[in-house]
Design a protein around this ligand. Structure first.
Ligand code: PEP
Length: 261
């Protein structure tokens, strides 16, 4: 079923990566709020808006977003509640800072910081137990796609990371399909490639629980802009977007939110 037919909302998330100080986060959120609230159309309640600032700007962003339709998610988290893990941040710390969800397994964390499927298998349940909504990022490299290994890669990433997640929790999972070759390259995936991957990911979830698969959100990420957002978000198995570069300016991000509504 399509998102609308299955009653799934649309989720538009902006990943700032390592950009913006707290003071910049505050003015960004104020501007985004004004753009979303000031638009001529009444807000589409079916479109959820999420911003993912760096750790140090979470609190400022959450304060500025208070009482609006903007939710604040973090970009990473450690799986343990506390301990000798220098430089890491726990789920409770994210909640305290005002986050209500967290990106996990972003390809930049996998490529540069040794994020593993084994750690993700612990991080996703830890996020759920703390009351944070996890967004699991998956996606194949260019080499894997040309070798015909896209489905094998996705099956492995989704299977490992969600192994310990219950069928109930599976329905609350957000999976962002982000082909590596499309991230930050301006080289957005073709509509049929996105739909094919989205439907494959939903089938993987359905093998665990058909009901959960109908409710879970599958997002697309990779060079999304205000020009291509509307076409991508209407695909049957796409329930939203994860936006990097184009989320850094409030006007561009607001235009993407508007395109999704
Ligand atoms: C991302 O960082 O998740 C992403 C999709 O980046 P971009 O939109 O810049 O390709």
């Amino acid at each position: 079923l399509s998102a609308a037919a299955a009653g799934r909302s649309t989720l538009i998330a902006g990943n700032w990566k390592m950009h913006k100080l707290a003071v910049e986060a505050r003015s960004y959120v104020a501007e985004l709020r004004a753009l979303l609230e000031g638009s001529m159309q009444p807000p589409n309640e079916q479109v959820q808006v999420v911003i993912c600032p760096p750790f140090t700007a979470l609190h400022a962003a959450a304060e500025a977003a208070h009482g609006s339709r903007i939710s604040i998610f973090a970009q990473n988290m450690h799986q343990e509640p506390e301990g000798a893990f220098t430089g890491e941040v726990s789920a409770a710390m994210l909640l305290e800072a005002g986050a209500s969800g967290v990106l996990l397994g972003h390809s930049e964390r996998r490529a540069h910081f040794g994020e593993s499927d084994r750690a993700l298998a612990l991080k996703i349940p830890a996020a759920f137990s703390a009351g944070l909504r996890p967004v699991l990022c998956v996606g194949e490299s260019e080499e894997q796609r040309s070798a015909g290994e896209t489905e094998r890669t996705l099956r492995h990433q989704v299977g490992e990371a969600l192994a310990q997640v219950s069928a109930d929790q599976l329905a609350e999972v957000v999976i962002a399909y982000e082909p590596l070759w499309a991230i930050g390259t301006g080289n957005v995936a073709e509509a049929d490639q996105i739909q094919e991957a989205g439907s494959f990911i939903r089938a993987l979830l359905a093998a665990r629980s058909p009901a959960a698969a109908e409710r879970a959100h599958v997002l697309y990420g990779g060079s999304v802009s205000e020009r291509n957002a509307a076409e991508i978000v209407q695909l049957e198995d796409v329930d939203g977007l994860l936006v990097g570069g184009a989320s850094l300016q409030p006007a561009r991000f607001a235009a993407i939110v508007a395109a999704a509504g």
